[in-house]
Write a protein that binds this ligand. Sequence first.
Ligand code: ZN
Length: 113
Amino acid sequence: MAHDFSSSDPHEISEKASRQEAARKEGFKDLQREVERLRLVVETLVRALVEKGLYTREQINALANLIDMEDGRRDGRIPISRKVKNCSACGKVMMNVSGACVYCGHQEVMDIV
Ligand SMILES: [Zn+2]
């Protein structure tokens, strides 16, 4: 919690702290709404794929595990900061930090910055 207490007026300090707290709460609510919206999008896509008979939930889970492992960690998520890049050989999305495509094995020259 980084509060800026550069002012020496106690009333001003407490007002600033409560404004910061309100902004933090609003930011959390926005994030929660965005996660809930994305959950709805994911569930809609999964049901569409399953109902069309294109994939089973088990196949989708297996693919999700493969994609999760593209950064070398099984943690059930793709960090927001992870850069998305397509393999120049097969065109599939690759996010492996080692630079090797998990689909075709092509060793990609990764951008550092
Ligand atoms: Zn590839």
